[in-house]
Design a protein around this ligand. Structure first.
Ligand SMILES: [Fe+2]
Length: 361
């Protein structure tokens, strides 16, 4: 049994304002890492700038983080941070800015290294302090040490071997309100994937399953809003944000498994958004599992069968049937990843992987 998450988390309305002193206390010059628009639109950027200003801390924004950020982008942001002499990093956004921020924090703390260092195995990773402010409800990156980047040279996305846990996560559900319904749906599916993959995982423990169990229950309270059965309420935003953080706490212990592995090259090759790609593979992953596990997972989130579960994704995140050649390509990649296969609690070979990957009604 092991449990490790050294991230202090506050989830509440006005979290940035309430904890401004703590936020400002991690350095004297902050690099604020964001995408192009949303941090401005949802008010998080203004809140962070006001908090830093109130405590006399300098800050500079890098807003060039694209979706599924690349190693090249990380290096550009690192150069920008170096030129300005920043000493801590604040990420505002979804998984893309948060994951990029962790990688940037590594490169800024190791200025003599080049980009290859990002994928080098080292005993101890040095990084600048990272503060995360999630504005979507999927990644859980605000409480994990993991960063996934796009590696163009390999035509896929890949996790860094380094672990950089944020020192502080300020989760304010009000920032979710300006996100589109599509983004809320896709990111909520990503969080669900994290919980299911953490549960159906050979490294799952009572610690990790404690987070999954509560996360699934919180997620299920607001499922109907994803299906458009009612309008999204403040409580729904709060539930999805909490569920995604709990899911992050679970995968921080276990990692993700097959649906995530299958998704990366699909996202790279076909541009299918992360949450949609995860939803595509989840029903197949559950369907192959032990019946008792299946029943527990489905009943906890309020589904009576795998079929009903699969229908849910077609309502919330449909992307049609993926081309067979892409399915075969990702299966060929994943079947070689023995470390990932070992995380799946049931035996996997190419045939089972093909069944998981192509099971879509
Ligand atoms: Fe994910």
């Amino acid at each position: 049994m092991k449990y490790y998450i050294p991230t202090k988390v506050y989830q509440e309305i006005d979290a940035v304002k309430v904890h401004a002193e703590e936020l400002a206390g991690y350095g004297s010059y902050a690099l604020i890492v964001t995408g192009k628009y949303s941090a401005r639109a949802n008010g998080a950027l203004a809140d962070v700038e006001a908090a830093l200003d109130a405590y006399g801390k300098k800050h500079v924004q890098y807003d060039g983080i694209e979706e599924n950020p690349s190693v090249e982008t990380v290096m550009k942001a690192t150069e920008f941070g170096k030129r300005n002499g920043v000493d801590f990093v604040i990420a505002i956004g979804g998984g893309s800015p948060m994951d990029a921020a962790k990688a940037i924090a590594i490169m800024l703390a190791n200025p003599e290294k080049d980009a290859d260092y990002l994928y080098e195995n080292v005993a101890h990773t040095k990084a600048l302090p990272v503060v995360t402010i999630p504005t979507t409800c999927g990644t859980g990156s605000e409480v994990t040490g993991v960063a996934v980047l796009t590696v163009h040279a390999k035509r896929t996305k890949a996790s860094l071997p380094h672990r950089v846990f944020p020192v502080l996560a300020l989760a304010d559900p009000k920032y979710l309100k300006t996100a589109s319904k599509k983004v809320i749906g896709q990111t909520a599916i990503d969080a669900l994937g994290h919980m299911i993959e953490s549960y159906l995982n050979t490294t799952a423990t009572d610690y990790s399953r404690m987070f999954v169990d509560q996360g699934l229950k919180v997620w299920a309270r607001s499922k109907d809003a994803l299906l458009g059965m009612r309008e999204m309420t403040d409580e729904d935003y709060s539930n999805f944000l909490l569920a995604s953080t709990l899911a992050g706490m679970a995968i921080a212990q276990t990692g993700t498994t097959i649906p995530h592995s299958l998704s990366y090259a699909i996202t790279y090759e076909l541009g299918v958004p992360h949450g949609i790609a995860i939803g595509y593979f989840l029903p197949g992953y559950i369907r192959e599992a032990d019946v008792a596990d299946q029943e527990y997972l489905l009943s906890t989130i309020g589904f009576s069968s795998v079929d009903e579960f699969a229908d849910f994704f077609q309502v919330v995140s449909d992307c049609g049937i993926l081309p067979e050649e892409n399915i075969r390509q990702v299966v060929d990649i994943v079947v070689e990843n023995k470390a990932k296969l070992a995380l799946c609690p049931y035996p996997l070979d190419k045939e089972v992987l093909l069944r998981i990957a192509s099971w879509r009604k």
